[in-house]
Design a protein around this ligand. Structure first.
Ligand SMILES: [Zn+2]
Length: 349
């Protein structure tokens, strides 16, 4: 990566430059999913589930990623359920120590014609909460930090609304119908994405869980590549695609969609991933959550950060939403390592 000599970039400028694969003063710390933890909830008095449903609490908890952990981004959408709640899915809101989930054992849709986006989709309380949190954060931190929103892709909405099994069976039995369903659900992705852009988001995470353990790279090409390309055209701010798991078999397709970045999992090595995407898209990642950030110490965190920096990965952060019990010490180590690594590089020249 090209490193600019000036160290005068704001966090926001740094992230937006990295998303365009332009020179930066140092590699930005980017969190496209969630860095909420129980410790941070206690620190600013913003417990789950309220912090997923009340905009002031959502914004205050999100801001700790910037103020306490030193990330260059602020990301207020801690879960993946806001749209599904507004579409009518049955919800389990859980308590402070757990993320809210959709009760996928009680799916709401069976067929193409069941897919209806309600008129009050964007004004539903769980959608309005995100939009208001983004407005609050834009007002308070918009000049300094990059405000990143999140809109779920159609594949994930399919899992939530049809149930994983029914949706995957449909994709095997009836590709034409599956494509028609995905197209309809994409309208929800676009509407929420554009609304967040209008509320002040600088970029959006776009999780679409065509994950390595459930579907193949060939599936990604057949069902999602064109839709993701269309999303880039219809939501005109930088999009960060997020797919968990081993995804090297689809990174070549992902790199052709026009997405600004791909948020990648630690099941993929940094260098092999950089080689595949070959400068067509930026990468964000990929510090391991369940083993490293949650259960190991700063030394192991440091090793993974350095592997990413040496491979030229454009933005560094956890691979996915971090476990709620992750120690703050490990999260702070990500930024410390990035700063020290760049300082050491500078003395070499
Ligand atoms: Zn993930």
């Amino acid at each position: 990566m090209t490193i600019a000599t000036a160290t005068s970039m704001t966090s926001r400028e740094r992230v937006l430059a990295a998303l365009r694969r332009e020179p930066v003063d140092r590699t930005p710390l980017c969190n496209p999913t969630s860095v909420a933890t129980v410790e941070l909830m206690d620190l600013v008095d913003t417990p789950f589930p309220a912090a997923n449903r009340e905009p002031e609490l959502m914004a205050r908890l999100a801001a700790t990623g910037y103020t306490e952990l030193g990330f260059d981004t602020i990301m207020p959408v801690f879960s993946i359920i806001q749209e599904s709640s507004a579409l009518g899915c049955k919800m389990q809101w859980e308590q402070k120590d757990n993320w809210p989930t959709v009760r996928m054992s009680e799916p709401i849709w069976e067929d193409l014609d069941d897919i209806v986006i309600p008129n009050d989709f964007l004004t539903h309380p769980d959608m309005a909460c995100v939009l208001e949190a983004i407005r609050i954060l834009k007002k308070e931190y918009g000049d300094e930090a990059a405000i990143v929103g999140k809109t779920m892709g159609p594949w994930t909405l399919g899992y939530h609304c049809f149930g994983v099994e029914r949706f995957l069976l449909m994709s095997l039995d009836d590709p034409a119908k599956t494509k028609a369903c995905l197209e309809r659900m994409t309208e929800a992705t676009v509407r929420f994405g554009v609304a967040q852009m209008e509320a002040g988001a600088d970029a959006l995470c776009l999780p679409d869980h065509a994950t390595g353990d459930l579907v193949s790279g060939e599936y990604y090409e057949r069902y999602l590549k064109d839709l993701h390309t269309e999303l880039v055209e219809r939501i005109p701010i930088p999009l960060i695609l997020h797919i968990c798991g081993r995804t090297v078999d689809r990174m070549d397709f992902i790199a052709e969609t026009g997405m600004a970045a791909f948020h990648y999992d630690s099941k993929n090595r940094a260098q092999e991933s950089m080689d595949i995407v070959d400068g067509r898209i930026a990468l964000v990642g990929n510090i391991n959550n369940p083993e490293t950030l949650f259960a190991k110490g700063p030394e192991e965190v440091r090793a993974e950060v350095i592997e990413n920096l040496e491979a030229g990965v454009q933005m560094i952060g956890p691979e996915c939403a971090i476990p709620l019990q992750t120690p703050i010490e490990n999260l702070v180590e990500i930024g410390r390592t990035v700063r020290e690594w760049h300082a050491a590089q500078a003395t070499k020249h």
